[in-house]
Each structure stands twice: as C-alpha cells, then as structure tokens.
Write a protein that binds this ligand. Structure first.
Ligand SMILES: [Zn+2]
Length: 376
C-alpha cells in the first residue's frame, strides 16, 4: 500500500477517535487513510518519534483582515508555524466589507479561514472598535451579508463593551445581534469583557450553540465568577443549555487568577482560542500553542487541552466530521508538536507572570495532506 505521506511513530492524541498512544498516521488524497502500525514502504515520511501528533489546531478567535484593520495579522505567516490549520476571524469585517474580506483574505489563504461577521457594518477597523453608530447596526443587512456568502461563514459577532454603542444600552445591542443571527439562522458570538452588564443578563437571551468569548477575562463586571471567586450558577446553567464558553485570550481578556478559580470550581473552558491580533502577537498572546501551554500550567491535562483546541471548536463550527480529528476519512490536517520541558515565562492579559514547566512548540504542520511547515 502506498500513501502520499506517513507521519511515523509519534504519540498520537486524537480526542475525536479516543486515540492516545504511539502510532503512525498515513495520508492519501488529502484525507487520513490509516492510523496505527503501518508497514514500511516507499511513501514519503515525516519522523515524529518523541513528538506529539495532533489534529491540526483550530483557532476559534482570530483577527485576519490585514491592511484593512489595524488588528489584522497575516494568517499564512503565522498559522503553519504554530500548527493551526483552521483560523476563524471573529468580526474584523462587518456586513459592509465582508465581501472584500472573502476576496482578499479568505479565498487566497492557504490556511482554512472561516469568519463571524460583525454586527457593525465596518467591522473592527481600529483600536477604538467598531464605530457602532446607528446606521452601521442593521440586523437585516448583517443577516443578508451572511446569507449571501453562507460558505465558511459561522455567524454574527458582537462586542459588548462599555460605550461601543455610545449611550446605547448593551442589552439592546445584544437583542439586535440575536435578531440578526435569527434572521440568517446562524450562531452568535458575544464578546463580554469590558461590559457594564452583569454576565447573567448577557447569558439569559442567548440560544444553545451561541458562544461567549473572553470567558476568563479579569474584569469585575460581567465576570463568570462571583465575589467569592466561585462560578456563578447562571453560568453553569448556560453551559447546561448549550452555550459555549470560549477563551479568546487577547490583549485584555485572559486572567490566570480567573482561569485557576474557574477550573478549580470545575469549570474549564469549552474552547481554547488566542484572539490573536497585531497588538498581542508580540506578547502576551504570541500564538495558540502558547495559549494552550498556559492551560497546561493551570493543570489541564494535555489531552483535554488538545480536545478544546481541535474537536470542540470543530463542533462549534459544525465541522466535526471533517476537521479537528484524525479519524480515518477526516481531512488530513495534522500538527506535530514538541512538548518542551524547562522554565518558560508565561504572561496573561493583566501582566501577571508565571513560570510554566512545559511548552508546546510546533515541529511540523500538514494542511489538506501537504506539509505546510517543518522546523529546520
Ligand atoms: Zn477578538
């Protein structure tokens, strides 16, 4: 039997197929063809001995509208060298300029790019945010932009921080965002950090499948924790009825203290994402593997951290039969990582520094069956 590529003898962790042992992964025609002990033959090989072989990482929260937003990063410059094969832009483009985002960013990218469309028509052009003026917030137009381009469009994004809508009540803005999402029958992702509305009031109107991002932000208002540092009952109820809690580390939205308290209280995040953009790519975020390493530091087992950056985001996207998995037949998106041991400084969004003892470093990335990155 001959394959296009065999990734040989790595420690395969694939939560989707509950695989957690040393094995080889064979790829043919851009799909996973076989996982296990694979007989030697003349196929091209990638030696993964002593390394971890994972599904290609899925970053559920990124900003990729380069040259059109001061936040946008170069997705193909970052993703391959960090094991990310799918990157989801979260509302850097709005309903006015989404067609341009698709043409300039999504379609030419080597990385698989999906997107949420910002409720504000112009998206997120600059630091002060979306410029949510009355005319820019049109739920019908937002829904139509999504219906015009359903492929790779995940849903609506709204940022609910104090002042984003001028004097408008954030509860009203949330209702408009839900209206937009309902009109196109898509999910809504809600940014909660910096909000002046308690989290329970932001959660109650959400529907199963909607996503809260920045769930471990360190601000007091709209925190998932109560004043005693315990997870609020409304937050647990929301998870029970299918609301997704995403990290979205970002420049100002991930706190080790909140993460530690939530996880000690039995509330890990559903998905681990970076919220990578130009203002945090040189720290404190750097990339998704660094964000995952912070969860290893907080005590999350490696296989759980992998699940929350592969299978779980694939489920949020409704693509778990295609990506985020090394099951035979899945798209051949694979990442190979070294888990380095040592002393690594890790910094959160509140400039709290810790010393981690393990750090994930990408060795190789395979996208659609082709090697897109290999460390030299
Ligand atoms: Zn963001």
């Amino acid at each position: 039997m001959s394959y296009d590529l065999i990734i040989r003898n790595g420690h395969v962790i694939d939560p989707a197929s509950q695989h957690d042992s040393v094995a080889s992964v064979a790829i043919r025609d851009g799909r996973i063809a076989e996982v296990g002990e694979i007989e030697a033959d003349a196929s091209p090989e990638l030696d993964a001995g002593g390394r971890y072989v994972l599904p290609g990482l899925i970053d559920l929260h990124t900003h990729l509208f380069k040259d059109f937003s001061m936040f946008g990063i170069d997705v193909d410059a970052l993703s391959p060298r960090t094991g990310v094969t799918t990157s989801v832009d979260t509302g850097t483009a709005g309903w006015i300029n989404y067609a341009g985002f698709r043409k300039v960013i999504m379609e030419p990218a080597e990385t698989r790019v999906l997107a949420y469309v910002n409720l504000s028509g112009v998206g997120l052009p600059w630091r002060s945010g979306e410029m949510v003026f009355e005319g820019y917030v049109q739920p019908a137009a937002c829904a139509q932009a999504i219906l015009d381009f359903p492929e790779n469009t995940v849903g609506v994004k709204v940022r609910l921080y104090r002042g984003v809508g001028g004097d408008a009540d954030l509860r009203d803005l949330l209702q408009i965002a839900i209206d937009a999402a309902q009109r196109c029958e898509k999910q809504l992702m809600v940014h909660i950090s910096g909000s002046d509305v308690p989290v329970a009031e932001l959660l109650s109107p959400l529907r199963p499948g909607d996503v809260i991002t920045h769930c471990f932000h360190g601000g007091e208002i709209a925190s998932i924790l109560d004043s005693a540092g315990k997870v609020r009952p409304e937050v647990r109820d929301a998870r029970d009825r299918g609301i997704v809690f995403d990290i979205g580390h970002g420049f100002g939205s991930f706190s080790f203290d909140v993460g530690r308290a939530a996880m000690e209280d039995g509330f890990p995040p559903d998905t681990i994402s970076s919220d990578i953009h130009t203002l945090n790519i040189d720290g404190p975020v750097y990339d998704l593997p660094t964000t995952i390493s912070k969860f290893l530091h907080l005590g999350m087992p490696l296989d759980e951290a992998v699940r929350r950056s592969t299978l779980e985001p694939a489920r949020v996207l409704g693509m778990e039969d295609e990506i985020g998995s090394l099951a035979v037949g899945s798209v051949a998106d694979v990442s190979v990582f070294d888990l380095e041991e040592g002393a690594f400084e890790l910094v959160d969004s509140d400039e709290v520094k810790v010393t981690g003892d393990r750090k994930l470093t990408c060795y190789a990335t395979v996208k659609d069956g082709r090697v897109s990155y290999r460390a030299t």
